[in-house]
Design a binder for this molecule. Sequence first.
Ligand code: NDP
Length: 400
Amino acid sequence: MAHVLIIGAGGVGGVVAHKCAQAVKSGRVFDNITLASRTLSRCEAVAQSVTARTGVSLATARVDADNVAELCGLIRTVKPHIVCNVALPYQDLHIMDACLECGVHYVDTANYEPPDTAKFEYSRQWAYADRFREVGLTALLGSGFDPGVTNVFAAWVMRHKLDEVRVLDIIDCNAGDHGLTFATNFNPEINIREVTARGRYWEHGEWVETDPLAFSMEFDFPEGIGRKKCFLLYHEELESLVTNLNGLQRARFWMTFSENYLNHLNVLGNVGMTGITPVPFQGREIIPVQFLAALLPVPASLGSRTKGKTCIGNLMRGVKDGQKKTVYIYNACDHEACFAEVGSQAVSYTTGVPAMIGTKLIAEGLWAKPGVWNMEQFDPDPFMADLAEYGLPWQCVDVE
Ligand code: NDP
């Protein structure tokens, strides 16, 4: 049995805690859970909800995950087998350093980003591979939905449905409505940095850059969602998938946004509120996007008011038995059902469930392999089985 230390008690951290507790209750894998974050009261609120829903108690702690010495102090006191990092991407390297120093496995859901540059790439985390390998520890990167499940979907399709892949389109739709004028469904600062960044896709062996949200397409989503406009973004799983999937000629990532969301984002961008460069304000410096984030609702507060579904999946075109073949593999998730189960909206839920599953598979030894890995580098079958069991059932259909 394993002891898991979850770091980050926001929207996603709340779901990871509930899902780990469900595993504890069914006598599987974990016997102890500690939830630590910067604000202790948020950990305590999650712990209360977990106990009320599952009867399982969690320990809570305060930690500044930007401080490696403080992290090591916590890890040495708590003595976990594995750390599940669902704080912000800025903390990834500090938490990896602490895991190496204290000898525990590591899982995260988002690629490291330096606070002063809105750019993510895996090189900084892949550079830890030798150190994790030498001490026999596993680091699993991007175990959320996208990245995360989308990488595992790709690996599963390559094992069971296609012999070769030519084209990959990852398509993320949130057809939910929270009824607020403007809010982001995961951390506002990270969300706005991602959406306002330049787009990028992979074609014929090289990256092609685009202006932010310059390309769009319509896609007809299943499960009653229907046609929606999707915009091309750069997303981190493209980097590992074009490295690990042989034969890809084109790989792109698409996300739906409402007109209302885009209008607000445009206006905020036009007046400089989405910027990440410090500006002087009343005798001190502030970063506009951080000030904006402080005004917006925290993602964990959206659960009770969000209705509708998310639908995230991969459209993959390739060859099977010498014939051209296209498949669409996806999960659809209902916001209100997530709220009824764990008190969160579906974006936090679809990230927190795979974070728990990646952590569980390492703790069980099925995905324990010394080094630093992306999700598609492991056997997809146990992960896909757990997805269905822990609340994210999936479908794979042939497309004409
Ligand atoms: P939230 O803003 O709701 O929560 C972030 C949590 O991290 C908060 O509890 C915050 O503490 C804590 N935190 C921030 N800085 C520190 C620090 N220095 N030390 C300790 N704790 C800290 O974000 P979400 O839950 O929506 O997102 C969590 C992560 O999940 C993000 O990295 C996000 O990018 C990722 N994500 C991944 C997705 C995927 O599919 N792969 C999809 C959605 C999100 P405090 O309460 O004090 O602010």
